[in-house]
Design a protein around this ligand. Structure first.
Ligand code: CIR
Length: 257
């Protein structure tokens, strides 16, 4: 059964055209279309049986739809991060309010900086990207948080031309990683991971969300899609162009718990 049963999401702000954007594009140009794409995303989660809680948006925070960055969840507990980007710190209060009746929450402490987009839960491991947004102190605090629950932390260096680990990789199913080879070293992923390498130009297509045999994917990445269908998965592409323009991927838009 998929681990993705309950999730929070947060609507796209009217100010989304001011989202921080430095990787996939020059910023969103059509906020209404971004809202439609977000609506389709939320409907897709519900189609896969996810119980979705929608948090109120806030136009003071153009990036607030990217809830994933604010907290890392492990077995009924949540570790609130310290945002890797200063303009995004104030987004966390609403995320905290949305989760505090559901999860036991604790907080990272400085000098840790982390965006949840740098964290992939992979079996009994947490893969943590060390990036411009996430430092090793944060990886250590995550280690201290998950170790008592039986998990280990595996750090992965993220090249400076990528935002987060999950901007360039995901785990669509247990034991499986989807990623483009050029962004990683030979030993980036754990030895027991089966890695499907996608072409560099399809890097955005490496971000997916798996629901057992069904996988939510961004539309427009044929090699990534074929690699998954060849393995017997059913893929469900949705349009993400305006979310992508704000450097956001599928996983960024939700926190599963
Ligand atoms: C940012 O630069 O922080 C946002 N514009 C995009 C955040 C995407 N979040 C994610 O990958 N988890």
């Amino acid at each position: 059964m998929s681990e993705h049963r309950r999730a929070i999401v947060r609507g796209v702000a009217d100010t989304f055209d001011q989202a921080v954007a430095a990787y996939f594009g020059t910023g969103p140009s059509d906020v209404d279309e971004a809202k439609r794409q977000h609506d389709t995303y939320v409907a897709s989660l519900r189609k896969f049986g996810v119980k979705v809680k929608e948090l109120p948006t806030d136009n003071d925070y153009p990036d607030c739809c990217f809830v994933e960055d604010q907290v890392v969840v492990c077995d009924g507990k949540g570790l609130l991060t310290i945002s890797g980007h200063d303009t995004r710190k104030g987004e966390q209060d609403v995320v905290k309010a949305g989760l505090e009746s559901e999860l036991e929450l604790s907080r990272m402490t400085p000098p840790a900086r982390m965006d949840g987009g740098d964290v992939i839960k992979f079996g009994d491991k947490y893969l943590v990207g060390i990036s411009t947004r996430t430092n090793r102190e944060a990886a250590q605090q995550l280690r201290d948080f998950v170790t008592p629950m039986g998990y280990t932390v595996h750090e992965i260096p993220i090249p400076s031309n990528a935002l987060h680990l999950k901007s360039i990789a995901s785990s669509p199913a247990p034991g499986l990683i989807l990623a483009p080879r050029v962004y990683f070293d030979e030993n980036s992923f754990p030895e027991d991971a089966e890695v499907i390498w996608v072409p560099e130009e399809e890097v955005y297509g490496a971000n997916t969300i798996g629901f057992d045999n069904d996988i939510l994917v961004a539309d427009g990445y044929p090699h990534a899609h074929k690699a998954l269908t060849d393995r017997g998965f059913n893929i469900h592409p949705i349009e993400m162009s305006q979310i992508r323009a704000g450097d956001g991927s599928l996983t960024c838009l939700s926190v599963f718990y």
